[in-house]
Design a binder for this molecule. Sequence first.
Ligand SMILES: [Zn+2]
Length: 188
Amino acid sequence: MARKKNKELIDLAMELGGEEAVEVIKALEKKKEATDEELAETTGIRVNTVRKILYTLYDHGLAEFKRIRDKETGWYYYYWRLDTKRLPEIIRAKKMAELKRLREMLEEETGEIYYHCGTPDHPKLTFDEAMEYEFQCPICGKMLMQYDNTRVVEDLKRRIEELEIELGLRKKSRKSGGKSRSKKKGSN
Ligand SMILES: [Zn+2]
């Protein structure tokens, strides 16, 4: 498997089921096809956990299984394998969802003025909410000031732009310092 694709798969596995999911995926990749018990044995992860991970992968279209009946015992065995055909599609869908979330956050930040006491963990209140509390922080009682969200907005815009470029929804802009960066690269 290509290195970039592999990294994306590992990142996704990490997100879906942590280190144990990564171990299961690596083991599956090596074996090509394996039962849950075999995977539990190879990874040292409990078979129930392995099964849970496999079904999560299956739900996300990243694994498939074959059910085979043992003629002697009559038991069914599930042979699992990785299925990474849909990986690019899954990654893209995740990025699109992230983009949607960031756009909503940006809308929220730019559409409303917030009031805040200055302590990072304390809530940001809308004007109406701040009025209710007579412009005093409901937690510490300090005076609420209009919250300067310039940096948050800039950060959101930057992340949105990066994602849009990654997703091919926007061309790389030339003015954002790209020139000096490419110069540096060339001199190495
Ligand atoms: Zn406060």
